[in-house]
Design a protein around this ligand. Structure first.
Ligand SMILES: CC(=O)SCCNC(=O)CCNC(=O)[C@H](O)C(C)(C)COP(=O)(O)OP(=O)(O)OC[C@H]1O[C@@H](n2cnc3c(N)ncnc32)[C@H](O)[C@@H]1OP(=O)(O)O
Ligand SMILES: CC(C)C(=O)C(=O)O
Length: 561
């Protein structure tokens, strides 16, 4: 169907996948972390409205080191003075730990390469990353050059890098080449260009080089990218001396998926940025990929145990907010508002701790949010979508109030009403207040002002002072005696249909909570009471339930007078 105006899909053509019939990557699984390289300070930085200051770059660099990155692309020193100054600052102030290698990006242009090496003077170790664009579109439209001419730029760039490095033998150099716009490049041509660069550097005599394959623009489904990577891995010469690196972008929203499949297809190394910052829709999000591995029981070799600190630093340096639903780390990603999810989480957490399970298996929570430094308060939050399990969970979690199952519906009805009226979230404090007001508060006329209990012939004989009236009753235990006393004094039929007594599980001062459900002349009423004396808690809970049933002691008093 042709759409109105300029929204017309017919102007786009389908990406032509390569044909790799004997692909092996679909049968592979990921079982170890790749070599990580953060490009936050380069690709991330070049995508900001306001690039980071040198101070901000230092803060970001220190954080990347703390998170565990061993390779960090620190910028494009020949592009701008602050980029150059930052490289100098790291080197001159000795801010690069011994086990961390910095990387710099440069185009295959001699004056830029010269300036890049100048910025690296005195560094112990560095990766020099040179690139040129190889795609059909760029060959034709940006450079107006043939395949041979574009390959010659790559080889010339590789040669310059080698020559300038040779002038600084005190530094341990690693060379990296990217056929930029790789996903828009004919695959056999990409292999050819990369192999010419590899032959120029001839790593079999010197160690290893890095060939970085960027989805500069993400153009296909991740399976097509994986085919391309598997094919490249097969076709690159001196493969044992080549580290195959991936650098995906997220134009189609599949940057992480493409990288995962690319790793299955044989890549060794991954470039990306924290929280997916980077050009356009961003670079591959390292946090997501690392957490994907972590949640599968694989050591990501990066430490996200204080995720809030990482978010705060990234936000301060990039001025970009983090979406509340960002995978693994967004503010709301461990929060359930809907009732059935809350109920399942509550039961699952309980089961998990009761059974002492060796592996984390909790409904709706793929990992324990505490691993990232997140608290459990966020896990269940209440609004009108919530149910009885969620409300019970909040009272239990925040107030140690463990209610019997038959009470859950009563309490949640009250909370649900309040949520419907406000149209908003109901805080834990407000839920507690609703619980106190509706189920604990006792009308003064039904206040228990004293009791005595005696046992006789397996029966409890009891005296009660309720308000300022005295009652006498007997039964199997104090509760039944009280029910009998009220029934006979007020001429009603009162039965205790449900009863539960629990120690409060936190902040207790050894208090107990009693919950009572009664039937007064066919009408059901429930209430709870908290007290350090369990008998008082039981008796007062019953009296509160009587008060909530609408029985009026004062009018009965007036009648009997
Ligand atoms: C995919 C990426 O994101 S790569 C990173 C992009 N850039 C950065 O990170 C740093 C930001 N700064 C820049 O990009 C700047 O453009 C600089 C510093 C690299 C270069 O600046 P300038 O030379 O002043 O300008 P400009 O980029 O317009 O230069 C274009 C020229 O470089 C050539 N060129 C572009 N890329 C390359 C390359 N990789 N190798 C060789 N030549 C190249 C172009 O053909 C063009 O040549 P022409 O002038 O003969 O037409
Ligand atoms: C320089 C290369 C690796 C790049 O940033 C890209 O292609 O996205």
């Amino acid at each position: 169907m042709a759409a109105a105006g300029s929204f017309d899909h017919r102007k786009y053509k389908q990406y032509q996948p390569m044909s790799l019939k004997d692909r092996t990557w679909p049968d592979k699984t990921l079982n170890k972390a790749p070599i990580w390289c953060s490009v936050d300070l380069r690709d991330g930085n070049q995508a900001l409205i306001q690039p980071m200051s040198v101070e901000q770059k230092v803060t970001m660099f220190n954080m990347l080191v703390k998170l565990g990155f061993k390779q960090i692309e620190i910028g494009f020193p020949s592009a701008a003075q602050p980029e150059f100054d930052f490289a100098r600052r790291l080197i001159e102030e000795n801010l690069i730990p011994d086990d961390v290698t910095i990387q710099v990006l440069v185009q295959a242009r001699e004056h830029l390469i010269e300036r890049t090496f100048e910025s690296l003077r005195g560094v112990k170790r560095a990766i020099v990353h040179v690139y040129n664009s190889t795609s059909t579109v760029q060959r034709q439209q940006t450079f107006a050059m043939s395949k041979e001419q574009i390959a010659a730029i790559a080889v010339q760039g590789a040669t310059w890098v080698q020559e300038y490095a040779a002038k600084h033998p005190e530094t341990e150099w690693t060379f990296q080449y990217s056929p930029e716009s790789f996903t828009g490049t004919e695959i056999d041509y990409a292999i050819d260009v990369c192999n010419q660069v590899i032959e120029t550097w001839n790593p079999k005599d010197t160690g290893k080089v890095i060939i970085n394959l960027p989805a500069t623009v993400e153009m296909s489904t991740p399976n097509v990218f994986a085919d391309q990577i598997e094919y490249m891995c097969r076709g690159l010469s001196q493969r044992d001396h080549v580290i195959v690196s991936l650098h995906t972008h997220n134009d189609r929203g599949c940057g992480v998926a493409a990288t995962e499949l690319g790793l299955m297809a044989g890549a060794d190394r991954v470039e990306g940025a924290l929280l997916g910052n980077g050009e356009r829709t961003g670079n591959m999000d390292i946090v997501t990929l690392a957490m994907n591995l972590y949640s599968q029981g694989i050591d990501p070799e990066l430490d996200f145990s204080n995720v809030q600190e990482m978010i705060d630093i990234c936000t301060a340096c990039t001025n970009l907010p983090v979406h509340p639903r960002h995978p693994w780390v967004g503010e709301l990603v461990y929060t359930a508002f809907s009732g059935s999810h809350q109920d399942a989480i509550r039961k699952s957490l309980q089961y998990h701790s009761d059974e002492n399970l060796p592996h984390w298996q909790v409904a709706y929570l793929p990992i324990n949010p505490a691993d990232l430094g997140r608290d459990y308060e966020a896990v269940v939050r209440i609004n009108s979508q919530s149910g009885k399990g969620g409300v019970a969970h909040v009272l239990e979690r925040d107030y140690g109030i463990e209610l019997p199952k038959w009470m859950h519906g009563h309490v949640s009805q009250v909370v649900q009403k309040a949520a419907e009226v406000s149209g908003d979230e109901i805080s834990s404090k407000a839920i507690h207040q609703l619980f106190v007001d509706n189920f604990i508060e006792t009308p003064t006329q039904w206040a228990l002002n004293g009791y005595s209990l005696n046992s006789q012939d397996n029966l409890t004989i009891a005296n009660f002072k309720i308000g300022d009236r005295k009652f006498e009753g007997k039964g199997q235990g104090a509760l039944e005696a009280l029910a009998q006393a009220i029934s006979s004094e007020l001429g009603v039929e009162l039965k205790v249909t449900q009863f539960d007594e629990h120690a409060l599980t936190q902040g207790t001062d050894s208090k107990a909570i009693s919950s009572v459900c009664i039937d007064v002349d066919g009408k059901q009423s429930v209430a709870c009471f908290i007290h350090e004396d369990t008998t008082t808690a039981n008796l007062q809970a019953l009296l509160s339930a009587v008060g909530r049933s609408g029985l009026n002691l004062l009018s009965q008093q007036a009648e009997s007078a």
